[in-house]
Design a protein around this ligand. Sequence first.
Ligand code: ATP
Ligand code: MG
Length: 694
Amino acid sequence: MSAGLNLAQQEAVNHMHGPCLVLAGAGSGKTRVITHKIARLITAGTEPARIAAITFTNKAATEMRERAKGLIGRDAKEVLICTFHALGVRLLRQDGAALGLKPQFSILDSDDVTSILKDAGGTTDAATARQWQWAISMWKNMGLNAAQAEALAKDDNEKVTARIMGRYEERLAAYQSVDFDDLIGLPLKLLQEHAQVLAKWQQQLGHVLVDEYQDTNATQYELLKLLVGERGRFTAVGDDDQSIYGWRGATLDNLKRLPQDFPNLKVVKLEQNYRSTGAILRAANNVIGPNPKLFPKTLFSELGEGEPVRVVDADNEEHEAERTVARIQSIRASGAGQDWRGFAVLYRANHQARVFEQALRKAAIPYKVSGGQSFFDRAEIKDLCAWFRLWVNNDDDPAFLRAITTPKRGIGHTTLQTLGVFASKYKLSLFEALFSSSLQGALPARAVGSLHEFGRYVNDLEYRARHTSGAEDARAFLLDWLKDIDYEKHLYDGEDSEKLAATRWTNVLDFCDWMSQRCGGQIEDAAGVTTGTEKKSLLEVAQTISLLSTISERETDQDVVTLSTLHAAKGLEWPHVMLVGVTEGMLPFKLETEGASGADANPNGPMSEGILQRLQEERRLMYVGITRAQRTLAVSWTKRRKKGREMVAAQPSRFIAEMALDKTTVREDPRAKLKALRAEFAQRAALDAAVEPP
Ligand code: ATP
Ligand code: MG
């Protein structure tokens, strides 16, 4: 069992009966501790189903399950490996009734929330609604409800927002819906207020493991504390230097509080980095140096010095993309036999991907963009999901409105508006209102007739979806239904470009395949729910989809170059990494925009506390980027960059200077190159020996 673990890692893995914190820098094998500890707990007699491992993304959960399967085989299926949010769903589906939530509640995505807020706040302006959304989310993450937020409001603006939050809460309750923040906040409330539910879950969970602990927020911490109870059987692993979600409410206080809240906490530090060469690690350590330290740590690598870190300058983005592609090609051509999947291009913001996509396409290099628009954000998939949500939860008004108008079925805006007024007057959901006998008084008979027809149709679909299981039947059912509502025609009618409509239709068919496969019970659910081999009904599958952000798990094996934001690259590694757009104003990202006046605008003036904190978070982001690289790292910047519509002169990011690279290694000296190549081969041999078997 201790195979492939150093002594400190073994210590963490073998500490099974009390709280344990592994605090260590990037690439030191923290995630590896988690997977090995799952295996260790099982061999020590903990039932797999009583182990929960919490990861930061669904993708990370899928990967961890694969790795665990490699170690322990089929038992890994039983382990609950999922995100905090998926765990929240599980708690609420099982025990949410105690909070007045039906088991089939809907989960709203960010767009749904924006439109509910527009409605609740009486605006058509999406930007305003999103500001409210942001504030409400912050409040929820601090554990405040609308009344408490209003009591604490600093100014009129906050008061107004808090009142809108009140209306928003009412609507969510009426729709039997929750938003993403509720998936943490409501389970917490559930455990706080219902002792028997708390006892049940504490009994159920034998050990809880949390990866990327530094990015948990205050509510997640409270939830964790309740789940593990006083015994505190948990393992948290994290790195304060990689905390990059402060802007979303994550707090390092969680790291500070752990030793106070659990006096018998065992703290393990890992010091050896198994991922990167010496040169890369040194650059990383230099960059993170200026940040204040919560826990001092040192990292060393035994993989050899390796190739020097390159700094590449470019005239503009297009030029930068060309040079990046050229670099990928030259590393491939150097005889190293590197697959495309060994390369990653990482950047600060999603929109930066476009130019690199174009350059890669031009060079016929296969790639995927991760952390970009998710499959579930596509309009056609959202259409389908609205229907599924409505089958599962008739009270889901946002889904009702989308389904009844997609495709159009001759029920007009005025009819729906009247139905809405009627429903809120009698405190009914739209679906309930539609069957109310007094609706006849509010609408003409023909309109009522069409509404009834729609209602009966939904009921019929719901009934059939409940009784359809197995991949083949489910697929036939879905295709039948799409034909029924004439969805393909709807796509072609709504799209000017036939090609685009065809792509959308292909997406729809892919989605149906994926849904129906899940009914076959062959694949585990990425939300962490293991399906075993039994068949699932289409309705059951429909209940779990709202939580999945990616359909492309099967794509992880593709041999393609990865384009990713730095945030989405957390926890991952590639042999060759290119950090692009490392230009002042892009990374660190627009520090000057906060407090446009006075000192902040002056780079030599004193920094406000807010800006300083943002700079430190940007620096951690740079550290995350650098430490994704195993063998080579190139960092590029552009001499001109876009600012609004203009092109302005730009400077290399201050983080490049902070890497403190040896000047001689920056220039491309042919002799240095030869030396580096030799070093590279030596180091590759070392790496091959150290790499974990797949
Ligand atoms: P991050 O901070 O980026 O999340 P991490 O601390 O979770 O990194 P891992 O991803 O677990 O680090 O490990 C980094 C790499 O080092 C992986 O390829 C892993 O297989 C390898 N590794 C970890 N521990 C060992 C070990 N004891 N022996 C050999 N290789 C190891
Ligand atoms: Mg990790």
